[in-house]
Design a protein around this ligand. Structure first.
Ligand SMILES: [Mg+2]
Length: 315
């Protein structure tokens, strides 16, 4: 995904709000007030609220404190402890002003308090402010994990998401594959055509790789200068080998002229692939190092090619 698409993808047109209150009348009042500007979801108790929060991933929760079984504080604590829901913005709604309770609410991670009976103007303004802040911080976070030049993920994003993909595959008993890619004779390309054209070349190559590696959990990241890495969870050796060969072929198909290349008159790429059925006692760095060694072999063996290894067959 590229930066413009990213920006429009992370800036929702309408925010999602979850209203949680054990009194129907309170939900009704807030629903009427906010329904024109937000998508509204509702829950009548704490358990339902936590369930819905995981399912619909709201931007903001308006959370009643005084509820039977699970109080608003309990709900807040659980949401903040779960990685899946920890980023939701929580605003407490309470029947009476109590300084001690407000202190506790902020300590638990809430961002604001609204007092009943609801004042429509104040309530709307507070929610709008919090929604704007949430959109901005979501956007900044996403941009911080993008490579500014090519629009694919950056190395930091790879470092953050690879361990999660690995863990997922260990738990789900699924294979995982890593592809390391390096543009052939890229230094010569820059020397011959200049850095500005070098940047354009990097962008085209990144786009071609992304178009081949595009399932929701796949990741393409710029690893270094002209080096890219792909993480393919849930993908076995045969599947990954097919994708890797497609990437190598798609770079030739771009037909970007490259006078300085010893391979052919166009830009080409070398690829190293490693696949494994991961287990708890394996080091996740080994897979990356193995893919990197395969990339090195691809360079040694003439470039513009795939070298691959299925680690299950050697372990
Ligand atoms: Mg209540």
């Amino acid at each position: 995904m590229f930066i413009d698409e990213y920006v429009s993808a992370v800036l929702p047109i309408r925010g999602k709000i979850l209203l949680v209150d054990d009194q129907v009348v309170n939900i009704k009042i807030l629903h009427q007030l906010l329904n024109d500007d937000y998508d509204i979801h509702m829950a009548r108790d704490g358990v339902q609220a936590i369930d819905m929060c995981k399912k619909i991933q709201p931007d903001i929760i308006l959370l009643d404190i005084e509820m039977p079984t699970l109080s608003g504080f309990d709900v807040c604590e659980r949401l903040k402890a779960d990685p899946l829901t920890q980023d939701v913005v929580i605003i407490f709604v309470t029947g009476h002003f109590d300084e001690e309770k407000e202190v506790k609410g902020f300590q638990l991670g809430a961002v604001d308090f609204i007092h009943k009976p609801i004042n429509p103007v104040i309530t709307k303004a507070r929610i709008k402010n919090q929604f704007t802040l949430k959109c901005q911080s979501d956007l900044l976070r996403k941009i911080a994990l993008l490579d500014g030049l090519t629009g694919v993920a950056n190395r930091r994003k790879f470092e953050e998401s690879y361990p999660q993909s690995w863990l997922y595959c260990v738990r789900a008993k699924q294979p995982i594959s890593i592809i390391m890619l390096d543009i052939d004779y890229f230094k010569r390309y820059n020397d011959h055509y200049g850095h500005s054209q070098g940047d354009t070349c990097l962008r085209s190559v990144a786009q071609a790789i992304s178009s081949r590696v595009n399932r929701p959990y796949d990741l393409v990241a710029r690893f270094g200068g002209e080096e890219f890495i792909c993480v393919l969870p849930d993908t076995d050796y045969d599947g990954a080998l097919f994708v890797t060969q497609q990437i190598v072929d798609s770079i030739i198909a771009l037909k970007i002229p490259h006078q300085g290349s010893d391979v052919m008159a166009f830009v080409t790429i070398s690829a190293g692939l490693a696949s494994v059925n991961p287990s708890q006692d394996m080091d996740l760095q080994t897979l990356v190092e193995t893919a990197d060694k395969q990339l090195y072999r691809a360079k040694e063996n003439g470039r513009n090619r795939v070298e691959a290894i299925n680690m299950d067959s050697i372990l």
